[in-house]
Each structure stands twice: as C-alpha cells, then as structure tokens.
Design a protein. Sequence first.
Length: 167
Amino acid sequence: MQHLLDSVRSAIQARNWYAALGVALALPDICGQLENPAQKSKVRYIDWFNAYLAPHYTRKVAGREHQFLSGEDCYALRCVYLHRGEFDISGQPVRKVLESIGFVAPQKGLFFHLNQADQRLQLQVDTFCEELCVATEVWLNSMRNSADIQARICQLPQIVTGTNVRI
C-alpha cells in the first residue's frame, strides 16, 4: 500500500493533480477490497469512507452538524472521475446531496477547501488527496493485526524498476 500512497504524494509534489486525484479516489476501493473482498464495490467504498473520512467532512455550521461530503457523494465522484473524467455527479443515482464537486489547485497564501454553495462543493485538490492518504494510513494501522488483510496487501501488484525485472 505504501507504493500507492507514495504515488499520490509524488503526484501532489509534482502538481500532477489529475494523477493524484485518480489514485487517491481509488484508495477507498482498494482498502475496501482488501478488508471485505466479498462485498460489492459501492457498499464497501461508502462504508470505508464513512468510517475513515466522514469526520473530516463533517463540521458544525450555525450550531448544527453539516456533512460537506458523504460516502455516497464521494463514491459518485469516484465513478464519474475514473470512468468519464468528470466532476458532475448529478446523474449518479448513488449520490446523496451534491450535484458537483469542483477542485482548485493550491495557491500561495490562499486555502479553498470545503466551500459549499447549494449542492456544489469546492475542494482544494492537494488537501483532499492528502486526507485520503492519511485515512488510508489510519486504516492500515487499524488492520496491522489482521493476518488475512496483511496477506492480501502483500499480494498487491507493484511496478518493478531497475534491471532485475522478471516476467
């Protein structure tokens, strides 16, 4: 799993936002598959998001709890971005509240994260991707004593570099 986290963070450092976002959005899928391989992708993605990321996207606003991003809306984003290269989730039946999610690149001295207008949410791409990485690290730590999950993690494919390449 570390190679995937390194990939996201390397893409962030390179300001390769689309690559960072693509791998980061796949992390809940991968973790969910490793933990619950028999469960359907949608269910395990939403469950994983709600367990490991929902608290980061829930804030008190005007004295009430407000969830900026739900597991359903993040799964809808994952679907439209990875399959169509879009951020408009309005046509996704799984979506819960949002219609679209917009991303902004970081700008010196400015922070554009968790800005919501009606059913549109604005996220800062580097922050969102890093939050997915941190949630994955929390998940990895919580699964460190599960022999089954650790065995599945060891089976994840890796791209080999160097001259010691075998087929």
